[in-house]
Design a protein around this ligand. Structure first.
Ligand code: NAG
Ligand code: NAG
Ligand code: NAG
Ligand code: NAG
Ligand code: NAG
Length: 484
């Protein structure tokens, strides 16, 4: 959306320039070879360069340029264009087609043996291009990484692939490409090439931009995959997630979630063909709304799929009461079982109303590594209500191991109504309800490896009819527990 908008802006500013010289004729089919002196670029039209205004082409002509790239070299293609109904198409060596309308010194990195630029001019437009050939670094020291089944994804970033990186999996490698947080860096995803095998001599299948643009994962045909950035030193910080294919094989579709505007963003999942999954990476975010049909179920996992790290299930019914919800894990995985769903995100606790304990609110508090055995499981969080509430919580006892402690406080203003500390040797489970205006949860592992805390909570306005109903239910369940 934003890109389109920027493109339109560029279109209008370029459209104003469409006047100047006589439009050129581009003369049929041409084959372009690198010059003997490769420090020199090839320009089209020949008398044009990027310090001059973009040249105009005449209407009613078709032209094709086949630009050869020798093995061991790559070509940088810089293109500026502006068309209305004329079509400019570029086909790279893998057969991937890019159609251009408005381009302003857009940069592409192209591999051997050749790429093709086609102009189908129905009316006057603008096209100017430059190609520079560069030798691929002949002295690489490839690094290697492994991904395993039932594991967290491996996260690597643009800037990690300058010496080439070979990723090996137990089964096959699944690759998801995210854009850089800095929009200006987006075209540089084209610098990182993807090879379906264990070196840059394996089959070249495209670049990270193309994989990101596909909005799904690329899966290697064998156990390994190689990433290689043609220009060293370009730290574009775009995220790449690598996983063993067996961890994502069950997904009919699998997409990266990223937010260009972190405050307000949405993701849509479409499971009409089978379960649809999406993954989001740090930092902490909040879900503020989920729109989906009544019988769909959206399950959320911390890290990767598995009952041990499932965070929650949303249905259209509980999404009304169980949101906003905070997610603080490094990787959060969403799986929709059927139909479609739209998830609204916020990056900001204030705009998400995260700490607001309004009447009827449910939610959970979990550590960033919940469900993953770790010493790093600390959690501190608070929810406040503006009026007196019946606050109920329950927690998982599995995290109470060794020296780990869970403390839960319910306070009415400054007055403590419940102050409970749970340890491995003390009380281990149960549901507690008390009246107050705030809930505070703190957990520390104190050096013990645990699966982390998970505390569910409910706020109900005190004395409301619904409140006494829930209190009664809680009372009965407590009574039943004690009676056993
Ligand atoms: C661009 O072309 C113009 C006109 O031919 C020439 O004067 C100028 O030196 C060229 N600039 C570069 C950077 O090659
Ligand atoms: C590639 O690795 C070698 C050896 O570790 C190192 O000297 C060189 O700087 C690296 N090149 C790049 C582009 O990072
Ligand atoms: C979901 O996918 C199906 C099949 O690909 C398509 O027909 C449908 O329009 C999609 N729905 C939405 C809301 O995108
Ligand atoms: C947060 O609360 C305010 C006031 O109650 C409300 O207007 C706003 O819509 C809420 N925001 C979200 C994302 O629920
Ligand atoms: C737990 O606490 C005891 C007593 O303070 C200490 O000796 C022990 O090393 C602690 N365990 C861990 C895993 O830190």
């Amino acid at each position: 959306m934003l890109f389109r908008f920027l493109n339109l802006l560029i279109f209008y500013s370029l459209a104003a320039q469409v006047v100047s010289d006589d439009p050129y004729n581009c003369a049929g089919t041409q084959t372009i070879n690198p010059p003997v002196d490769t420090t020199k670029s090839w320009f089209y039209p020949a008398n044009w360069n990027d310090t001059l205004p973009t040249p105009q082409f005449a209407g009613n002509q078709n032209c094709v340029w086949t630009i050869n790239v020798p093995k061991g070299w790559f070509a940088s293609w810089t293109v500026t264009s502006n068309t209305r109904s004329s079509v400019i198409k570029m086909t790279d060596s893998t057969g991937y087609v890019t159609t251009l309308t408005v381009a302003s010194e857009d940069l592409y990195f192209l591999m051997d043996p050749s790429f093709k630029v086609e102009l189908q001019a129905s009316d006057v437009g603008q096209l100017g291009m430059q190609v520079t050939w560069t030798q691929v670094n002949p002295k690489l020291y490839p690094s290697t990484s492994k991904v395993h089944q039932n594991s967290l994804p491996l996260s690597l970033f643009g800037g990690d692939f300058d010496n080439s990186t070979v990723i090996t999996a137990d089964t096959q490698v699944s690759l998801l490409a995210f854009p850089s947080n800095i929009l200006d860096f987006l075209p540089y995803l084209r610098v990182t090439q993807v090879y379906d095998g264990d070196s840059i001599n394996a089959k070249h299948v495209g670049n990270l931009y193309q994989i990101m643009d596909s909005r799904t994962n690329f899966v290697s045909s064998g156990k390994s995959l190689t990433l290689f950035s043609l220009f060293p030193g370009l730290n574009t910080h775009n995220l790449v997630l690598l996983q063993d294919y067996s961890d994502v094989k069950q997904f009919k579709s699998y997409q990266p979630i990223y937010c260009v505007l972190p405050i307000n963003c949405a993701a849509s999942l479409n499971a009409t063909q089978g379960n649809a999954a999406a993954i989001r990476y740090w930092p902490t975010f909040y879900i503020t709304r989920i729109d989906m049909a009544t019988d769909n179920k959206l399950s959320v996992y911390n890290g990767y799929l598995g009952d041990a790290h499932k965070l929650t299930d949303y249905t259209s019914a509980n999404s009304k009461t169980d949101l906003p919800q905070k997610f603080n894990g490094k990787f959060t995985v969403f799986v929709l079982d059927k139909g479609t769903a739209t998830i609204m995100f916020s990056g900001n606790p204030q705009s998400a109303n995260w700490t607001a304990g309004f009447d009827g609110r449910n939610g959970f508090l979990a550590s960033a590594n919940y469900g993953l055995m770790s010493k790093e499981q600390s959690l501190t969080d608070q929810i406040f209500s503006s009026s007196l509430s019946d606050i109920t919580y329950s927690f998982n006892s599995a995290s109470l191991l060794g020296n780990a402690t869970l403390t839960v406080l319910i306070k009415d203003g400054q007055k403590v109504s419940q102050d409970n500390t749970y340890t491995a040797s003390g009380a281990k489970s149960g549901t507690v309800t008390s009246t107050g205006t705030s809930l505070t949860v703190m957990y520390e592992t104190s050096g013990t490896v645990t699966s982390g805390p998970y505390v569910r909570f409910t706020f109900v306005k005190h004395n409301s009819a619904i409140g006494s109903g829930i209190l009664l239910a809680v009372g009965i369940s407590l009574w039943r527990m004690l009676a056993i």
